[in-house]
Design a protein around this ligand. Structure first.
Ligand code: NAD
Length: 330
């Protein structure tokens, strides 16, 4: 079984090699993302394995189909970067890893919240410079605060549970209510009520054509003055220009993002020697109350092991016409 990997990082190679001890699979690794140019370099393979920023457009799908590729295997949960209609039309199966470690992402969201609130990133640098002053490091207690969780699927649920453990009141907005969360004391409200009442808002819903820029000026205007906004889901959920205006007007008191709408040209690369041309990202990075990580919320040993294992299982099942695990087929 032959697989071509795109956007390959050293850790992808390491974890996928580790899960292929019996050499059932043959790998071809590309560091470049899959796009309409590199797709022409794909050798005859059974599957292409892609990540969050590979652009699997109709054009790409058509070339893959012409080369006899049968499967587009996402080594992630989100699939907004794949044209599913085109895949169906050209007869390619699409699979993903629906739940590799919801805790990995939820815990990273909490890490970002604690860092941004208690400014441990600044304290770390200060102390190393022998600056032991506290001025400028003031935070607030999470205990007793209201946290709004948008999207209470696997990750949102894990995040909500952790917040309950901190002694927060948790509000949730989702298209479907989760009985287990209601039993734990979480209250489902409309998005407007969630925006109005939450001190902290964390986004955990997928990006779909319907909710692109769901956090726009209108939504931000409904939020509490000084709200702390977290996004570990997908960059396109937030209208970044509107968020910058809201940071300037102090409507947003803190913004922590692990995802950014224009991230595909920037994230997962070492650009320390180059000039970043994205002025919006540069403006974001200039705020003292903005914390950015480069799509690393999933990045734990447990998650990478599970991603490699499930991706290979998905490909094997599809090639052998066996049913996939729940939610893995798209
Ligand atoms: P999930 O499918 O288990 O849950 C998503 C939830 O969002 C569902 O309950 C769904 O009903 C709800 N939802 C859908 N549209 C909504 C909307 N418009 N408003 C409110 N709720 C809505 O997914 P999950 O595993 O919890 O993952 C959530 C998202 O996290 C993924 O789609 C992906 O984009 C992102 N993610 C990020 C990373 C990272 O490393 N930063 C890693 C994994 C996943």
């Amino acid at each position: 079984m032959k697989i071509a990997f795109f956007s390959t990082q050293p850790y992808d190679k390491a974890f996928f090699e580790r899960e292929n001890k019996n050499k059932k699979f043959t790998y071809q690794f590309f560091t470049a993302p899959l796009d309409s140019h590199i797709v022409h370099a794909v050798d005859p393979v059974d599957a292409v394995c892609v990540f969050v920023n590979d652009k699997v457009t109709r054009e790409v799908v058509e070339v893959l189909a012409s080369k006899g590729v049968k499967i587009i295997a996402l080594r992630c949960a989100g699939f907004n970067n794949v044209d599913l209609d085109a895949a169906k039309a050209f007869g390619l199966a699409v699979c993903r890893v629906p739940a590799y470690s919801p805790e990995a992402v939820a815990e990273h969201a909490v890490a970002m919240l604690l860092t941004l609130n208690r400014k441990t990133h600044k304290a770390y640098n200060r102390v190393r410079e022998q600056n032991f002053a506290l001025q400028g490091l003031l935070g607030f207690n999470l205990h007793g605060r209201t946290v709004g969780v948008v999207g209470t699927g696997k990750i949102g649920k894990a995040f909500a549970r952790i917040m309950l453990g901190f002694g927060c009141k948790v509000l949730a907005y989702d298209l479907y209510e989760d009985r287990e969360l209601i039993d734990l004391g979480i209250t489902y409200v409309s998005s407007d009520v969630l925006y109005d009442r939450s001190d902290i808002i964390s986004l955990h819903c997928p990006l779909t054509p319907d909710n692109m820029h769901m956090i726009d000026k209108t939504a931000l205007d409904k939020m509490k003055e000084g709200v702390m906004l977290l996004n570990t889901s997908r960059g396109g959920l937030i209208d970044t220009v509107a968020a910058i205006d809201a940071l300037k007007s102090k409507r947003i008191g803190g913004l922590a993002i692990d995802v950014y709408e224009q991230e595909e040209k920037i994230f997962f690369k070492d650009l320390s020697d180059t000039i970043i041309e994205d002025d919006i990202l540069q403006r974001l990075m200039s705020f003292p109350n903005v914390l950015i990580t480069a799509h690393q919320a999933f990045f734990t040993d447990e998650a990478l092991t599970q991603i490699a294992r499930v991706t290979l299982e998905n490909i094997e099942c599809l090639l052998q016409n066996k049913p996939l695990n729940k939610d893995a087929a798209l």
